[in-house]
Design a protein around this ligand. Structure first.
Ligand code: NAP
Length: 534
Protein backbone atom coordinates (compact mmCIF):
# COMPACT_ATOMS: atom_id res chain seq x y z
CA UNK A 1 0.00 0.00 0.00
CA UNK A 2 1.35 3.43 -0.85
CA UNK A 3 0.99 6.30 1.57
CA UNK A 4 -1.83 8.60 0.51
CA UNK A 5 -1.97 12.41 0.57
CA UNK A 6 -4.05 15.22 -0.87
CA UNK A 7 -1.06 16.68 -2.65
CA UNK A 8 2.42 15.45 -3.52
CA UNK A 9 5.07 18.03 -4.30
CA UNK A 10 8.30 16.97 -5.97
CA UNK A 11 11.20 19.16 -4.88
CA UNK A 12 12.01 21.20 -1.78
CA UNK A 13 13.70 24.18 -3.40
CA UNK A 14 12.40 27.73 -3.34
CA UNK A 15 9.13 26.74 -5.05
CA UNK A 16 8.43 23.44 -3.26
CA UNK A 17 9.01 25.02 0.14
CA UNK A 18 6.57 27.85 -0.48
CA UNK A 19 4.02 25.52 -2.08
CA UNK A 20 4.07 23.29 1.00
CA UNK A 21 3.52 26.30 3.24
CA UNK A 22 0.57 27.57 1.21
CA UNK A 23 -1.15 24.18 0.94
CA UNK A 24 -0.91 23.69 4.68
CA UNK A 25 -2.88 26.90 4.87
CA UNK A 26 -5.69 25.19 2.95
CA UNK A 27 -5.65 22.36 5.48
CA UNK A 28 -4.42 19.86 2.88
CA UNK A 29 -2.30 16.81 3.66
CA UNK A 30 0.89 17.41 1.72
CA UNK A 31 4.06 15.38 1.25
CA UNK A 32 7.16 16.80 -0.39
CA UNK A 33 9.74 14.44 -1.90
CA UNK A 34 13.24 15.82 -2.28
CA UNK A 35 16.27 14.13 -3.85
CA UNK A 36 18.78 16.07 -1.75
CA UNK A 37 19.40 15.69 1.96
CA UNK A 38 18.29 19.22 2.66
CA UNK A 39 16.12 22.06 1.41
CA UNK A 40 17.20 24.73 -1.07
CA UNK A 41 17.19 23.08 -4.50
CA UNK A 42 19.59 25.04 -6.71
CA UNK A 43 21.33 26.41 -3.63
CA UNK A 44 21.68 22.95 -2.15
CA UNK A 45 23.30 21.42 -5.24
CA UNK A 46 25.33 24.27 -6.75
CA UNK A 47 28.09 24.64 -4.14
CA UNK A 48 30.83 25.34 -6.66
CA UNK A 49 33.37 28.03 -5.77
CA UNK A 50 32.12 31.52 -6.57
CA UNK A 51 28.43 30.56 -6.73
CA UNK A 52 26.38 33.60 -5.83
CA UNK A 53 23.28 35.59 -6.76
CA UNK A 54 23.04 37.57 -9.94
CA UNK A 55 19.85 39.15 -8.57
CA UNK A 56 20.12 41.66 -5.74
CA UNK A 57 19.78 39.62 -2.53
CA UNK A 58 17.08 41.94 -1.20
CA UNK A 59 14.92 41.34 -4.28
CA UNK A 60 15.37 37.59 -4.15
CA UNK A 61 14.05 36.44 -0.76
CA UNK A 62 10.43 35.45 -0.19
CA UNK A 63 8.16 38.47 0.04
CA UNK A 64 5.09 36.81 1.57
CA UNK A 65 6.13 36.89 5.21
CA UNK A 66 6.83 40.09 7.08
CA UNK A 67 8.35 38.08 9.86
CA UNK A 68 10.92 36.50 7.55
CA UNK A 69 11.68 39.87 5.99
CA UNK A 70 12.14 41.39 9.43
CA UNK A 71 14.30 38.66 10.85
CA UNK A 72 16.61 37.92 7.92
CA UNK A 73 19.52 40.14 7.00
CA UNK A 74 21.56 39.69 3.80
CA UNK A 75 25.24 40.47 4.25
CA UNK A 76 26.00 41.35 0.61
CA UNK A 77 24.09 42.91 -2.26
CA UNK A 78 24.67 39.65 -4.17
CA UNK A 79 24.91 36.92 -1.56
CA UNK A 80 27.10 33.86 -2.01
CA UNK A 81 25.63 30.35 -2.12
CA UNK A 82 26.39 29.38 1.52
CA UNK A 83 24.39 32.38 2.73
CA UNK A 84 21.45 31.59 0.43
CA UNK A 85 21.43 28.00 1.59
CA UNK A 86 21.41 29.25 5.18
CA UNK A 87 18.46 31.45 4.24
CA UNK A 88 16.54 28.46 2.83
CA UNK A 89 17.21 26.54 6.04
CA UNK A 90 16.15 29.54 8.10
CA UNK A 91 12.83 29.66 6.24
CA UNK A 92 12.37 25.89 6.59
CA UNK A 93 12.89 26.20 10.36
CA UNK A 94 10.68 29.23 10.67
CA UNK A 95 7.78 27.56 8.86
CA UNK A 96 8.53 24.15 10.35
CA UNK A 97 8.60 22.65 6.86
CA UNK A 98 10.84 19.61 7.35
CA UNK A 99 8.24 17.41 9.05
CA UNK A 100 6.40 17.11 5.74
CA UNK A 101 9.46 16.60 3.54
CA UNK A 102 11.00 13.23 2.71
CA UNK A 103 14.66 13.84 1.94
CA UNK A 104 17.03 11.64 -0.04
CA UNK A 105 14.14 10.50 -2.20
CA UNK A 106 14.54 10.91 -5.97
CA UNK A 107 11.26 10.45 -7.83
CA UNK A 108 11.66 8.45 -11.03
CA UNK A 109 8.04 7.87 -12.12
CA UNK A 110 4.61 9.44 -11.73
CA UNK A 111 1.58 7.68 -13.16
CA UNK A 112 -2.01 8.91 -13.28
CA UNK A 113 -4.58 6.30 -12.29
CA UNK A 114 -7.73 7.42 -14.03
CA UNK A 115 -10.11 5.12 -12.16
CA UNK A 116 -8.86 6.25 -8.77
CA UNK A 117 -8.38 9.86 -9.89
CA UNK A 118 -4.94 9.83 -8.33
CA UNK A 119 -1.28 10.22 -9.13
CA UNK A 120 1.08 7.52 -7.92
CA UNK A 121 4.76 8.35 -7.64
CA UNK A 122 7.71 6.00 -7.34
CA UNK A 123 11.22 6.75 -6.13
CA UNK A 124 14.60 5.39 -7.12
CA UNK A 125 14.72 3.37 -3.90
CA UNK A 126 11.25 1.87 -4.35
CA UNK A 127 9.16 4.19 -2.20
CA UNK A 128 5.63 4.85 -3.43
CA UNK A 129 2.95 7.35 -2.54
CA UNK A 130 -0.24 8.63 -4.08
CA UNK A 131 -2.28 11.81 -4.05
CA UNK A 132 -5.08 13.48 -5.94
CA UNK A 133 -2.80 16.35 -6.99
CA UNK A 134 0.79 16.28 -8.12
CA UNK A 135 2.87 19.46 -8.20
CA UNK A 136 6.32 19.49 -9.76
CA UNK A 137 8.71 21.95 -8.14
CA UNK A 138 11.74 20.45 -9.84
CA UNK A 139 13.43 23.65 -11.01
CA UNK A 140 14.40 24.81 -14.49
CA UNK A 141 18.11 24.04 -14.20
CA UNK A 142 18.34 20.92 -12.08
CA UNK A 143 19.31 18.16 -14.52
CA UNK A 144 23.10 18.54 -14.96
CA UNK A 145 24.64 17.28 -18.18
CA UNK A 146 28.12 15.93 -18.80
CA UNK A 147 29.83 16.42 -22.14
CA UNK A 148 28.83 13.73 -24.62
CA UNK A 149 32.40 12.82 -25.45
CA UNK A 150 34.23 9.53 -24.90
CA UNK A 151 36.39 8.77 -21.92
CA UNK A 152 34.63 10.75 -19.20
CA UNK A 153 34.69 7.72 -16.88
CA UNK A 154 38.36 7.06 -17.54
CA UNK A 155 39.83 10.18 -15.90
CA UNK A 156 42.01 9.25 -12.91
CA UNK A 157 42.14 12.63 -11.13
CA UNK A 158 39.46 14.52 -9.23
CA UNK A 159 36.39 15.35 -11.34
CA UNK A 160 33.32 17.42 -10.46
CA UNK A 161 30.24 18.78 -12.17
CA UNK A 162 29.50 22.25 -10.79
CA UNK A 163 25.84 21.31 -10.26
CA UNK A 164 26.83 18.33 -8.08
CA UNK A 165 29.65 19.95 -6.17
CA UNK A 166 30.88 18.01 -3.09
CA UNK A 167 29.91 19.18 0.37
CA UNK A 168 33.51 18.96 1.56
CA UNK A 169 36.00 21.72 0.74
CA UNK A 170 37.93 21.26 -2.52
CA UNK A 171 41.47 22.66 -2.73
CA UNK A 172 42.99 23.95 -5.97
CA UNK A 173 46.31 25.03 -4.51
CA UNK A 174 49.28 23.71 -6.46
CA UNK A 175 47.00 21.73 -8.76
CA UNK A 176 46.60 21.73 -12.53
CA UNK A 177 42.89 22.32 -12.99
CA UNK A 178 40.81 22.28 -16.18
CA UNK A 179 37.37 23.82 -16.53
CA UNK A 180 35.13 22.84 -19.43
CA UNK A 181 32.49 25.45 -20.21
CA UNK A 182 32.22 29.24 -20.09
CA UNK A 183 28.57 29.85 -19.14
CA UNK A 184 27.37 31.85 -16.11
CA UNK A 185 28.49 29.05 -13.77
CA UNK A 186 31.97 28.71 -15.25
CA UNK A 187 32.49 32.47 -15.20
CA UNK A 188 31.87 32.55 -11.44
CA UNK A 189 33.86 29.37 -10.77
CA UNK A 190 36.88 30.26 -12.94
CA UNK A 191 37.27 33.66 -11.26
CA UNK A 192 37.31 32.09 -7.81
CA UNK A 193 39.48 29.09 -8.70
CA UNK A 194 42.06 31.35 -10.38
CA UNK A 195 42.75 32.97 -6.99
CA UNK A 196 44.42 29.86 -5.56
CA UNK A 197 45.05 27.45 -8.43
CA UNK A 198 48.46 26.12 -9.45
CA UNK A 199 47.62 26.23 -13.15
CA UNK A 200 44.25 26.64 -14.85
CA UNK A 201 43.17 25.63 -18.35
CA UNK A 202 39.78 26.83 -19.57
CA UNK A 203 38.18 24.97 -22.47
CA UNK A 204 35.86 27.40 -24.21
CA UNK A 205 33.49 26.45 -27.02
CA UNK A 206 31.34 29.60 -27.14
CA UNK A 207 32.43 32.81 -25.40
CA UNK A 208 29.65 34.78 -23.69
CA UNK A 209 29.22 38.52 -23.19
CA UNK A 210 29.94 38.96 -19.50
CA UNK A 211 29.21 42.12 -17.52
CA UNK A 212 30.52 43.32 -14.12
CA UNK A 213 28.50 42.31 -11.06
CA UNK A 214 29.91 45.04 -8.73
CA UNK A 215 29.05 43.20 -5.54
CA UNK A 216 29.57 44.81 -2.14
CA UNK A 217 28.66 44.27 1.48
CA UNK A 218 25.50 45.89 2.79
CA UNK A 219 26.36 48.51 5.38
CA UNK A 220 24.13 49.35 8.33
CA UNK A 221 22.64 52.39 6.64
CA UNK A 222 21.70 50.46 3.48
CA UNK A 223 20.41 47.62 5.62
CA UNK A 224 17.99 49.98 7.35
CA UNK A 225 16.95 51.51 4.04
CA UNK A 226 16.30 48.10 2.48
CA UNK A 227 14.29 46.98 5.50
CA UNK A 228 12.15 50.09 5.36
CA UNK A 229 11.45 49.82 1.65
CA UNK A 230 10.57 46.18 1.01
CA UNK A 231 7.05 47.04 -0.16
CA UNK A 232 8.47 49.47 -2.75
CA UNK A 233 11.21 47.02 -3.79
CA UNK A 234 8.74 44.21 -4.44
CA UNK A 235 6.28 46.56 -6.12
CA UNK A 236 9.00 47.67 -8.50
CA UNK A 237 10.04 44.09 -9.25
CA UNK A 238 6.41 43.21 -9.87
CA UNK A 239 6.15 45.75 -12.67
CA UNK A 240 9.43 44.99 -14.45
CA UNK A 241 9.77 42.57 -17.36
CA UNK A 242 11.77 39.93 -15.50
CA UNK A 243 10.82 40.92 -11.94
CA UNK A 244 14.28 42.36 -11.41
CA UNK A 245 14.87 45.73 -9.81
CA UNK A 246 16.06 46.83 -13.27
CA UNK A 247 13.65 47.60 -16.06
CA UNK A 248 14.30 48.80 -19.57
CA UNK A 249 15.02 52.43 -20.43
CA UNK A 250 11.98 53.85 -22.26
CA UNK A 251 14.19 55.20 -25.08
CA UNK A 252 15.34 53.34 -28.15
CA UNK A 253 19.08 52.97 -28.73
CA UNK A 254 19.05 54.52 -32.19
CA UNK A 255 16.84 57.49 -31.41
CA UNK A 256 19.43 59.07 -29.12
CA UNK A 257 22.83 60.49 -30.08
CA UNK A 258 25.95 58.34 -30.06
CA UNK A 259 27.14 60.29 -26.97
CA UNK A 260 23.92 59.66 -25.06
CA UNK A 261 24.05 56.00 -25.98
CA UNK A 262 27.62 55.69 -24.81
CA UNK A 263 26.76 57.53 -21.58
CA UNK A 264 23.99 55.07 -20.71
CA UNK A 265 26.14 52.05 -21.59
CA UNK A 266 29.00 53.39 -19.42
CA UNK A 267 26.66 54.11 -16.53
CA UNK A 268 25.12 50.64 -16.71
CA UNK A 269 28.55 49.00 -16.98
CA UNK A 270 29.58 50.74 -13.74
CA UNK A 271 26.40 49.81 -11.87
CA UNK A 272 25.73 46.58 -9.98
CA UNK A 273 23.66 43.73 -11.33
CA UNK A 274 21.63 43.09 -14.44
CA UNK A 275 21.00 46.75 -15.33
CA UNK A 276 23.06 46.48 -18.49
CA UNK A 277 20.90 43.56 -19.65
CA UNK A 278 17.48 44.38 -18.22
CA UNK A 279 17.73 48.15 -17.85
CA UNK A 280 19.15 48.98 -21.24
CA UNK A 281 17.44 50.78 -24.15
CA UNK A 282 14.15 49.05 -24.75
CA UNK A 283 15.01 47.76 -28.21
CA UNK A 284 18.46 46.24 -27.68
CA UNK A 285 17.13 42.73 -27.16
CA UNK A 286 14.65 43.00 -30.02
CA UNK A 287 16.24 45.00 -32.83
CA UNK A 288 19.47 43.74 -34.40
CA UNK A 289 20.74 47.21 -35.26
CA UNK A 290 20.15 48.49 -31.75
CA UNK A 291 21.73 45.35 -30.37
CA UNK A 292 24.85 45.96 -32.46
CA UNK A 293 25.50 49.21 -30.56
CA UNK A 294 25.73 47.60 -27.12
CA UNK A 295 27.55 44.62 -28.60
CA UNK A 296 30.25 46.93 -29.96
CA UNK A 297 30.52 48.64 -26.57
CA UNK A 298 31.01 45.30 -24.81
CA UNK A 299 33.57 44.23 -27.40
CA UNK A 300 35.63 47.33 -26.58
CA UNK A 301 35.42 46.58 -22.88
CA UNK A 302 36.85 43.09 -23.35
CA UNK A 303 39.70 44.46 -25.45
CA UNK A 304 40.45 47.05 -22.76
CA UNK A 305 40.51 44.50 -19.97
CA UNK A 306 42.42 41.61 -21.52
CA UNK A 307 46.10 42.40 -22.11
CA UNK A 308 46.94 39.85 -24.80
CA UNK A 309 45.02 40.90 -27.93
CA UNK A 310 44.90 37.32 -29.25
CA UNK A 311 43.31 36.12 -26.00
CA UNK A 312 40.90 39.06 -26.01
CA UNK A 313 39.73 38.13 -29.51
CA UNK A 314 39.09 34.55 -28.37
CA UNK A 315 36.93 35.87 -25.53
CA UNK A 316 34.78 37.98 -27.84
CA UNK A 317 31.62 36.22 -29.01
CA UNK A 318 31.23 36.23 -32.77
CA UNK A 319 28.02 34.27 -33.28
CA UNK A 320 25.56 36.23 -31.13
CA UNK A 321 24.92 39.76 -29.91
CA UNK A 322 25.02 40.97 -26.32
CA UNK A 323 22.14 39.76 -24.20
CA UNK A 324 20.84 37.17 -26.63
CA UNK A 325 22.19 34.46 -24.33
CA UNK A 326 22.08 34.61 -20.54
CA UNK A 327 24.57 37.32 -19.53
CA UNK A 328 27.06 35.98 -16.98
CA UNK A 329 27.84 38.55 -14.31
CA UNK A 330 31.49 38.61 -13.32
CA UNK A 331 33.86 39.97 -10.71
CA UNK A 332 37.23 40.10 -12.44
CA UNK A 333 36.64 37.31 -14.95
CA UNK A 334 38.44 38.93 -17.87
CA UNK A 335 41.47 39.79 -15.72
CA UNK A 336 41.89 36.07 -14.93
CA UNK A 337 43.23 35.70 -18.46
CA UNK A 338 46.00 38.19 -17.68
CA UNK A 339 47.41 35.75 -15.11
CA UNK A 340 50.50 33.85 -16.29
CA UNK A 341 49.16 30.56 -14.89
CA UNK A 342 45.88 30.65 -16.86
CA UNK A 343 45.46 29.33 -20.41
CA UNK A 344 42.40 29.62 -22.66
CA UNK A 345 41.81 26.87 -25.20
CA UNK A 346 39.39 27.61 -28.02
CA UNK A 347 37.68 24.29 -28.64
CA UNK A 348 35.67 25.69 -31.49
CA UNK A 349 39.01 25.81 -33.36
CA UNK A 350 40.40 22.58 -31.89
CA UNK A 351 37.45 20.50 -30.66
CA UNK A 352 37.49 18.21 -27.66
CA UNK A 353 38.10 14.64 -28.76
CA UNK A 354 38.01 12.76 -25.51
CA UNK A 355 38.74 12.72 -21.82
CA UNK A 356 41.80 10.57 -21.13
CA UNK A 357 42.96 9.03 -17.84
CA UNK A 358 45.38 11.98 -17.56
CA UNK A 359 43.22 14.85 -18.76
CA UNK A 360 41.78 16.30 -21.93
CA UNK A 361 42.60 15.55 -25.58
CA UNK A 362 41.66 18.00 -28.29
CA UNK A 363 42.22 17.59 -32.02
CA UNK A 364 45.42 19.53 -31.47
CA UNK A 365 47.01 18.58 -28.14
CA UNK A 366 46.77 16.66 -24.87
CA UNK A 367 46.37 18.55 -21.60
CA UNK A 368 47.33 16.64 -18.46
CA UNK A 369 45.58 17.87 -15.32
CA UNK A 370 44.96 16.90 -11.70
CA UNK A 371 41.36 18.06 -11.61
CA UNK A 372 38.58 18.34 -14.19
CA UNK A 373 35.63 20.60 -13.59
CA UNK A 374 32.59 20.19 -15.79
CA UNK A 375 30.73 23.51 -15.93
CA UNK A 376 28.74 22.07 -18.80
CA UNK A 377 25.29 23.15 -17.68
CA UNK A 378 21.91 21.53 -17.57
CA UNK A 379 19.29 19.86 -19.69
CA UNK A 380 17.21 22.96 -19.18
CA UNK A 381 13.55 23.21 -18.15
CA UNK A 382 12.17 20.10 -19.84
CA UNK A 383 15.20 17.97 -18.85
CA UNK A 384 14.08 17.51 -15.25
CA UNK A 385 10.66 16.39 -16.55
CA UNK A 386 12.29 13.99 -19.04
CA UNK A 387 14.15 12.33 -16.18
CA UNK A 388 10.85 11.33 -14.53
CA UNK A 389 8.63 8.84 -16.33
CA UNK A 390 5.44 10.93 -16.19
CA UNK A 391 2.34 9.22 -17.58
CA UNK A 392 -1.03 10.82 -17.82
CA UNK A 393 -4.44 9.69 -19.04
CA UNK A 394 -4.37 6.46 -21.05
CA UNK A 395 -0.72 5.91 -20.07
CA UNK A 396 0.47 8.72 -22.35
CA UNK A 397 4.04 9.74 -21.68
CA UNK A 398 4.84 13.41 -21.14
CA UNK A 399 8.22 12.91 -22.81
CA UNK A 400 6.42 11.80 -25.96
CA UNK A 401 3.85 14.57 -25.84
CA UNK A 402 6.70 17.08 -25.63
CA UNK A 403 8.99 15.37 -28.16
CA UNK A 404 8.65 18.30 -30.58
CA UNK A 405 8.70 20.94 -27.85
CA UNK A 406 6.49 21.54 -24.84
CA UNK A 407 2.79 22.28 -25.04
CA UNK A 408 1.16 23.71 -21.94
CA UNK A 409 -1.56 25.98 -20.71
CA UNK A 410 -0.05 28.97 -18.87
CA UNK A 411 3.08 26.88 -18.34
CA UNK A 412 1.25 25.37 -15.40
CA UNK A 413 -0.87 22.53 -16.73
CA UNK A 414 -0.89 20.04 -19.59
CA UNK A 415 -3.80 18.55 -21.49
CA UNK A 416 -3.95 14.80 -20.86
CA UNK A 417 -2.29 15.16 -17.45
CA UNK A 418 -5.11 16.04 -15.04
CA UNK A 419 -4.31 17.50 -11.63
CA UNK A 420 -0.64 17.90 -12.49
CA UNK A 421 0.80 21.39 -11.95
CA UNK A 422 4.22 22.40 -13.20
CA UNK A 423 5.69 25.24 -11.11
CA UNK A 424 8.42 27.06 -13.06
CA UNK A 425 7.67 24.70 -15.92
CA UNK A 426 8.17 25.38 -19.62
CA UNK A 427 6.16 28.29 -21.11
CA UNK A 428 5.89 29.85 -17.69
CA UNK A 429 7.20 33.38 -17.05
CA UNK A 430 9.12 32.01 -14.09
CA UNK A 431 11.76 30.55 -16.40
CA UNK A 432 12.87 34.05 -17.45
CA UNK A 433 12.59 35.78 -14.14
CA UNK A 434 14.13 36.84 -10.87
CA UNK A 435 12.81 33.48 -9.91
CA UNK A 436 11.34 33.75 -6.40
CA UNK A 437 9.21 36.67 -7.55
CA UNK A 438 7.62 34.47 -10.24
CA UNK A 439 7.57 31.43 -7.99
CA UNK A 440 5.38 33.27 -5.50
CA UNK A 441 2.99 34.15 -8.33
CA UNK A 442 2.93 30.53 -9.60
CA UNK A 443 2.36 29.07 -6.15
CA UNK A 444 -0.27 31.62 -5.13
CA UNK A 445 -2.13 31.01 -8.37
CA UNK A 446 -2.09 27.20 -8.07
CA UNK A 447 -3.12 27.46 -4.41
CA UNK A 448 -6.07 29.68 -5.33
CA UNK A 449 -7.13 27.20 -8.01
CA UNK A 450 -7.03 24.31 -5.54
CA UNK A 451 -9.06 26.38 -3.07
CA UNK A 452 -11.56 27.16 -5.82
CA UNK A 453 -11.89 23.45 -6.57
CA UNK A 454 -12.29 22.60 -2.90
CA UNK A 455 -15.07 25.16 -2.51
CA UNK A 456 -16.99 23.72 -5.45
CA UNK A 457 -16.33 20.05 -4.80
CA UNK A 458 -14.31 19.61 -8.00
CA UNK A 459 -11.86 16.74 -7.93
CA UNK A 460 -10.23 17.04 -11.30
CA UNK A 461 -8.88 19.84 -13.47
CA UNK A 462 -7.27 19.73 -16.86
CA UNK A 463 -6.83 22.32 -19.62
CA UNK A 464 -8.90 22.04 -22.76
CA UNK A 465 -7.00 21.20 -25.97
CA UNK A 466 -7.97 24.63 -27.37
CA UNK A 467 -6.64 26.53 -24.37
CA UNK A 468 -3.37 24.62 -24.59
CA UNK A 469 -3.08 25.19 -28.31
CA UNK A 470 -3.71 28.93 -27.97
CA UNK A 471 -1.28 29.42 -25.10
CA UNK A 472 1.45 27.45 -26.88
CA UNK A 473 0.89 29.56 -29.97
CA UNK A 474 1.03 32.73 -27.88
CA UNK A 475 4.36 31.61 -26.35
CA UNK A 476 5.80 31.04 -29.82
CA UNK A 477 4.46 34.34 -31.19
CA UNK A 478 5.77 36.34 -28.24
CA UNK A 479 9.17 34.65 -28.44
CA UNK A 480 9.71 35.30 -32.12
CA UNK A 481 10.22 39.04 -31.72
CA UNK A 482 13.11 38.50 -29.32
CA UNK A 483 16.63 38.18 -30.73
CA UNK A 484 17.48 35.37 -28.31
CA UNK A 485 15.21 33.01 -30.20
CA UNK A 486 17.61 33.23 -33.17
CA UNK A 487 20.55 32.04 -31.09
CA UNK A 488 21.52 28.62 -29.72
CA UNK A 489 21.39 28.41 -25.92
CA UNK A 490 19.63 26.53 -23.17
CA UNK A 491 16.90 29.20 -23.33
CA UNK A 492 15.98 27.72 -26.71
CA UNK A 493 16.19 24.14 -25.50
CA UNK A 494 19.59 23.44 -27.06
CA UNK A 495 21.92 21.01 -25.34
CA UNK A 496 24.60 19.38 -27.45
CA UNK A 497 25.00 16.62 -24.86
CA UNK A 498 21.41 15.37 -24.99
CA UNK A 499 20.07 13.39 -27.93
CA UNK A 500 17.30 15.24 -29.75
CA UNK A 501 18.07 18.65 -28.18
CA UNK A 502 19.81 20.08 -31.21
CA UNK A 503 16.81 22.00 -32.58
CA UNK A 504 15.61 25.31 -31.20
CA UNK A 505 12.25 25.12 -29.44
CA UNK A 506 10.30 27.65 -27.46
CA UNK A 507 10.66 26.55 -23.86
CA UNK A 508 10.54 29.90 -22.07
CA UNK A 509 7.82 32.53 -22.05
CA UNK A 510 9.23 35.82 -23.30
CA UNK A 511 6.21 38.07 -22.90
CA UNK A 512 7.40 39.31 -19.51
CA UNK A 513 6.21 38.61 -16.01
CA UNK A 514 3.60 41.41 -15.79
CA UNK A 515 1.83 40.27 -18.94
CA UNK A 516 1.94 36.67 -17.77
CA UNK A 517 0.52 37.57 -14.37
CA UNK A 518 -2.23 39.59 -16.02
CA UNK A 519 -3.19 36.62 -18.17
CA UNK A 520 -3.20 34.24 -15.20
CA UNK A 521 -5.35 36.68 -13.20
CA UNK A 522 -7.74 37.14 -16.08
CA UNK A 523 -8.16 33.35 -16.41
CA UNK A 524 -8.89 33.08 -12.67
CA UNK A 525 -11.37 35.97 -12.75
CA UNK A 526 -13.19 34.29 -15.63
CA UNK A 527 -13.85 31.21 -13.49
CA UNK A 528 -10.65 29.55 -14.77
CA UNK A 529 -11.45 29.81 -18.44
CA UNK A 530 -9.67 27.16 -20.48
CA UNK A 531 -9.78 24.57 -17.70
CA UNK A 532 -12.25 21.71 -17.59
CA UNK A 533 -13.36 20.65 -14.12
CA UNK A 534 -15.02 17.54 -12.80
P1 NAP B 1 25.39 26.89 -19.62
O1 NAP B 1 25.11 28.32 -19.68
O2 NAP B 1 24.57 25.96 -20.41
O3 NAP B 1 26.92 26.71 -20.00
C1 NAP B 1 27.47 25.45 -20.24
C2 NAP B 1 28.85 25.66 -20.82
O4 NAP B 1 29.44 24.40 -21.09
C3 NAP B 1 28.82 26.40 -22.15
O5 NAP B 1 29.95 27.21 -22.23
C4 NAP B 1 28.85 25.26 -23.16
O6 NAP B 1 29.35 25.63 -24.43
C5 NAP B 1 29.82 24.33 -22.46
N1 NAP B 1 29.65 22.96 -22.91
C6 NAP B 1 28.58 22.15 -22.71
N2 NAP B 1 28.80 20.95 -23.25
C7 NAP B 1 30.02 20.98 -23.81
C8 NAP B 1 30.78 20.05 -24.54
N3 NAP B 1 30.32 18.84 -24.80
N4 NAP B 1 32.00 20.43 -24.98
C9 NAP B 1 32.45 21.66 -24.72
N5 NAP B 1 31.79 22.61 -24.04
C10 NAP B 1 30.58 22.26 -23.59
O7 NAP B 1 25.34 26.36 -18.11
P2 NAP B 1 25.69 27.14 -16.76
O8 NAP B 1 26.87 27.97 -16.90
O9 NAP B 1 25.66 26.13 -15.69
O10 NAP B 1 24.49 28.12 -16.58
C11 NAP B 1 23.14 27.71 -16.77
C12 NAP B 1 22.23 28.77 -16.23
O11 NAP B 1 22.19 28.68 -14.81
C13 NAP B 1 22.64 30.19 -16.49
O12 NAP B 1 22.39 30.60 -17.78
C14 NAP B 1 21.83 30.90 -15.45
O13 NAP B 1 20.51 31.08 -15.85
C15 NAP B 1 21.90 29.94 -14.30
N6 NAP B 1 22.95 30.38 -13.39
C16 NAP B 1 22.63 31.38 -12.53
C17 NAP B 1 23.57 31.89 -11.70
C18 NAP B 1 23.18 32.99 -10.77
O14 NAP B 1 22.07 33.43 -10.74
N7 NAP B 1 24.03 33.50 -10.02
C19 NAP B 1 24.87 31.41 -11.72
C20 NAP B 1 25.18 30.38 -12.60
C21 NAP B 1 24.21 29.87 -13.43
P3 NAP B 1 28.31 26.16 -25.55
O15 NAP B 1 27.88 27.52 -25.09
O16 NAP B 1 29.10 26.14 -26.79
O17 NAP B 1 27.17 25.18 -25.56
Amino acid sequence: MSASYDVIVIGAGISGMYQLHRLRGLGMRVRVFEAGDGVGGTWYWNRYPGARFDSESWTYGYSFSEEILREWEWSEHFAAQPETLRYCNFVADKLDLRRDIEFGCRITAAVYDEAAGQWEIMSEDGRRACARFLITAIGPLSAPTMPAIPGVESFRGEAYHTGRWPHEPVSFAGKRVAVIGTGATAVQAITEIAKTVGHLTVFQRTPNWCAPLHNSTIDAHSQARIRASYPEIFARCRESFGCFIHDSDPRKALEVSAEEREALFEKLYREPGFGIWMGNFRDVLIDAEANATITEFMRRKIRERVKDPAVAEKLIPTNHGFGTRRVPLESGYYEVYNQPNVRLVDIRATPLERITPAGVKTTDAEYDVDMLIYATGFDAITGAFDRIDIRGRGGRRLREKWADGPRTYLGLQIEGFPNLFTLVGPHNAATFCNIPRCIEQNVDWVTALLAHMGDRGHTRVEPTPEAERDWTQHVHDTGRRMLFTQVDSWMMGINSNVAGKDRRTFIVYAGGAPKYREKCDEVARGGYAGFAFR
